[in-house]
Design a protein around this ligand. Structure first.
Ligand code: BGC
Length: 419
């Protein structure tokens, strides 16, 4: 499989630690926070990136997907931080020194707190702010970049909105179901906290209802994200036309139960289909998949069979199914930017990776251009509102000493993709 990238993924806020200028940090510090615990030093990846990259190289991985943190690069509106930029230059150099191809994401859920005070991801101007930040990064680091993802899981806000709506309906005693959500948010806790939230949000952001990236998204907000992506693509391509760039989307393998065909088609259109007109000139589509959704006529059915520690059905073949479908419907190369399992028993993770790899290799055998596979995640890390203690990683992290403890799965990942 010449040129196929096999690697692992992380994001800045979940691993680096000390992301103090971000909206997430502010929310974690609130008295009635919806976060189980604050990220604090996270995995100290900001200081230990060399060791972490070396771990991947020692396991023969050849690619690393990580994110550059906007809140570090632009901690105050219009003021760009050279030291943060130099840090990421060093991370990219460390990858190069280890023969690892970097795939850089420019936005992975966390945003600068100032952006949220200005209306966040429901404000039209955010598209321009984002493109300006992307232009700054690419103008300085572009020569070191081959692959860039603009926005991680652009569709996540719509999934959060659907889930909140279903949770509200249930509270009111009405029937309401939504597909599961492939991320560690805690809708119930957020709803319980809502009576304190307005005041605390006013203090942190100067607005009672901040539109962060993980807030429930309106249709207008969805367009802001699409525009942000398109403007970022223009900025990247005008500065460095050789960079291959695209967006990433959280995509379930949506399967209809008998009678659920119409609902399955509706869910796929919301999750994927309606973005296609805006991404059809992109170089690739980043697929982030963790499970399948089986849907009846009134919505998703509860997951069945063996579950992960996030409560998802263990269904490794979903990643290949989604890659096939996305390519069939767009003709655009795909990259598996995230796929993984939250489980303490590493032997189950090894089996999962083996089976997921088989499904991806099946796609390649059928001529589908899959550029690479990134296991989520390199490290056991900060699973957003659900805090630490959600073991997705190939490497465990002792949070007292920050010692890294590689698991068996780290060493079998590369071979799972070999012929
Ligand atoms: C996100 C990650 C998250 C992972 C596991 C994806 O939705 O991009 O940030 O940790 O899923 O829930």
């Amino acid at each position: 499989m010449k040129d196929f990238m096999t690697g692992a993924a992380t994001s800045a806020h979940q691993t680096e630690g000390g992301n103090i200028h971000s909206d997430m940090w502010a929310q974690e510090q609130m008295k009635h926070s919806s976060f189980k615990e604050p990220s604090l030093a996270a995995c100290d990846h900001y200081n230990r990136y060399e060791q972490d990259i070396k771990l991947m190289a020692d396991a023969s991985l050849d690619a690393y997907r990580f994110s550059i943190e906007w809140a570090r690069i632009e901690p105050e509106e219009g003021k760009f931080c050279e030291a943060a930029l130099d840090h990421y230059a060093r991370v990219l150099d460390a990858c190069a020194a280890c023969g690892i191809t970097p795939v850089v994401t420019l936005h992975h859920f966390s945003s600068p707190a100032w952006l949220i005070s200005k209306g966040g991801w429901e404000n039209e101007a955010t598209a321009d702010y984002f493109a300006r930040y992307c232009g700054y990064v690419v103008s300085r680091l572009g020569g070191r970049l081959k692959y860039v993802c603009t926005i991680n899981e652009a569709n996540m806000g719509l999934q959060v909105a659907a889930l909140s709506k279903a949770a509200m309906a249930q509270l009111k005693g009405a029937a309401g179901t939504a597909g599961g959500i492939q991320v560690g948010v805690d809708i119930r806790k957020a709803m319980e906290n809502s009576r304190y939230a307005e005041q605390e949000n006013m203090e942190a952001f100067g607005t009672p209802r901040p539109a962060t990236f993980l807030s429930g998204r309106t249709e207008a907000g969805d367009m802001v994200i699409i525009k942000a992506h398109m403007k970022a693509m223009e900025a990247i391509k005008s500065l460095c036309p050789s960079i291959k760039a695209g967006i990433t989307l959280s995509l379930h393998d949506i399967q209809p139960a008998p009678g659920g065909e119409k609902e399955a088609a509706r869910l796929w259109e919301e999750e994927f289909g309606h973005y296609v007109p805006y991404i059809k000139r992109d170089d690739f589509i980043g697929i982030q998949n963790y499970t399948r959704t089986v849907t009846g006529p009134d919505g998703a059915l509860p997951p069945s069979g063996e579950l992960t520690e996030m409560g998802y059905e263990i269904y490794p073949q979903s990643v290949g199914n989604v890659a096939r479908r996305v390519y069939r419907e767009t003709g655009i190369p795909v990259m598996i930017t995230e796929n993984g399992i939250c489980i303490s028993d590493d032997s189950i993770r090894c089996q999962y990776i083996h089976d997921a790899a088989e499904s991806v290799k099946g796609c390649l055998a059928d001529g589908i251009p899959v550029l690479g596979y990134f296991y989520w995640s390199l490290l056991d890390n900060f699973e957003w509102q659900q805090g630490f203690g959600k073991p997705f990683g190939l490497v465990a992290v002792d949070r007292q000493t920050m010692e890294r403890k590689p698991k068996q799965s780290l060493y079998m990942l590369k071979s799972a993709f070999e012929d």
